[in-house]
Design a protein around this ligand. Structure first.
Ligand code: PHE
Length: 465
């Protein structure tokens, strides 16, 4: 029997809209804010290489598996997992995978929103001419003034959560479609303009070299973990966002093609963002490894100097906010949809509850950049020196998302019947189907666990490496 369910939350109007929405989820602060600073902190080329490999061998198979499960279950991730566990005669405990995803979504959005708040604040700064003719030092000061002021961070964080919940409470397909259709291409265009500026005025060659010349002495287990985590984070994998969006996907759309397109678009934006930023970093003698403030310390210099910078800069930060917005929506949608299904409450109540919880947890990140920069209880442990923000980021990107990803693969590629997964994926080419199954069965789970064990030092202890 072919299992065709319906979604109570609606559908995308076409396959193309799903690609846009999934790309909207994937492309966000992860590409433009996080990828450059992570690459900068971890030595450039080698990190980029591992990131790209992770996208290909883990990212694409996990994305296909996640969309597959979502479309088959047609519910929020927690319910989808419970329905599919029933279908396939597996333990109900698989719901916990959905639950871990909902938790990861809350935790990520709580800090994501604070960073999106920085971008909001930069819209106002740029538009009001703060950066005209600015030096690197002055740009740094503007950034420090912002992050050292909890009230300002709180204001922007609150505004961003409200914006996000407004779209979510209208229902994802209505709220999202129009936004993504125009804004994503516009963002792409602006990054190209930035690259043109970087070629003309930055040290483009140094930027290229930094991003693409791997220095393998920089390789370490922790760096590999971070590059892999960044791949999961950037593609929005492992926490149910893509599963949720897959549940709105029309029956006849090809999961393989759409996943491939989303992964490609996402990777391209990250690489292009790197190409726009590092030439400016090197031309101005800035520190590539300075951390989360990187783009906020570099791009304003470029906007301050280029002709039309006021306009371009303002548009850029507006688009960055939009990119963050479309990702934020996907971070919280699984939780909102689940509360609606579970307690039969309205979308409005569910959105308010989820928004409030996320906002509250976000306070920890607001203070991470000023009054509470280290969590003292960790002194003397390997987490010593980490802030609340660092901790959440590390825990979600590097542990929860990859763990979710392998569990998704295990369910899709091992525990479902051959017929279920084959029917749902509808890949016509047998070789392509087998390649997905091989990657999802062996390469992703073994690869990710291998990296986990490496970081824990287990392999070294038993003399495996
Ligand atoms: N992929 C988003 C970004 O790059 C972040 C995100 C992670 C969204 C996980 C949903 C789920 O900004």
């Amino acid at each position: 029997m072919a299992t065709v369910r319906t979604s109570i939350h609606g559908y995308w109007s076409s396959r193309f809209v799903f690609v846009l929405a999934a790309a909207g989820s994937a492309v966000g602060l992860g590409n433009i804010w996080k990828f450059p600073y992570m690459a900068g902190e971890n030595g450039g080329g080698a990190f980029v290489l591992i990131y790209l490999i992770s996208i290909a061998v883990f990212g694409i198979p996990v994305m296909m598996s996640e969309v597959l499960l979502g479309r088959r279950g047609r519910s929020s991730p927690i319910h989808t997992m419970s329905i599919l566990a029933d279908d396939e005669g597996r333990s109900k405990a698989w719901q916990l995978l959905g639950l871990m995803g909902v938790l990861a979504g809350f935790l990520i959005l709580s800090y994501y929103s604070v960073i999106a708040g920085w971008a909001l604040s930069y819209v106002v700064d740029t538009a009001s001419g703060t950066f005209s003719g600015v030096t690197a030092e002055q740009a740094g000061e503007v950034f420090n003034n912002l992050v050292s002021n909890p009230q300002r961070l709180l204001f922007w964080h609150t505004l961003f959560i409200v914006l996000t919940m407004i779209v979510v409470l209208r229902g994802v397909s209505k709220g999202l479609e129009s936004a993504v259709r125009i804004l994503m291409p516009a963002l792409f265009l602006l990054i190209i303009i930035m690259i043109a500026y970087a070629i003309l005025n930055g040290d483009f060659f140094a930027g290229l070299k930094f991003l693409f010349e791997p220095d393998f002495s920089k390789l370490s287990p922790d760096m590999v973990l971070k590059a892999m985590g960044q791949a999961f984070f950037s593609l929005s994998l492992g926490m149910g966002a893509i599963m949720m969006y897959g549940s709105y996907l029309p029956e006849d759309a090809s999961i393989a093609t759409t996943s491939f397109q989303v992964a490609l678009a996402d990777t391209l934006v990250a690489i292009l963002a790197g190409l726009a930023i590092f030439p400016i970093v090197f031309a101005n003698g800035l520190e590539a490894g300075q951390g989360p403030g990187l783009i906020f310390n570099t791009l304003p210099i470029a906007f301050g100097q280029m002709t039309g910078g006021l306009l371009f800069g303002t548009i850029f930060f507006v688009l960055l906010v939009f990119a963050a917005w479309t990702s934020a929506i996907s971070l919280i949608e699984p939780a909102v949809a689940w509360l609606i299904e579970k307690f039969s409450i309205s979308r409005l109540s569910s959105s308010i509850i989820c928004g409030f919880v996320t906002w509250f947890v976000g306070l920890g990140t607001v203070y991470s950049f000023n009054t509470w920069t280290k969590i003292e209880v960790f002194n003397g442990t390997f987490l010593e020196g980490k802030s609340f923000f660092d901790l959440l980021d590390y825990l979600t990107s590097n542990i929860m998302l990859p763990l979710g990803g392998i569990l998704i693969c295990i369910f899709a590629a091992w525990l479902m019947t051959e017929k279920s997964r084959h029917d749902e994926l509808k890949i016509k080419h047998d070789g392509a189907y087998k390649l997905w199954r091989f990657l999802a069965r062996y390469v992703t789970p073994i690869g990710v666990i291998f990296i986990f064990l490496h970081v824990l030092g287990v392999l070294e202890k038993i003399n495996l490496t």
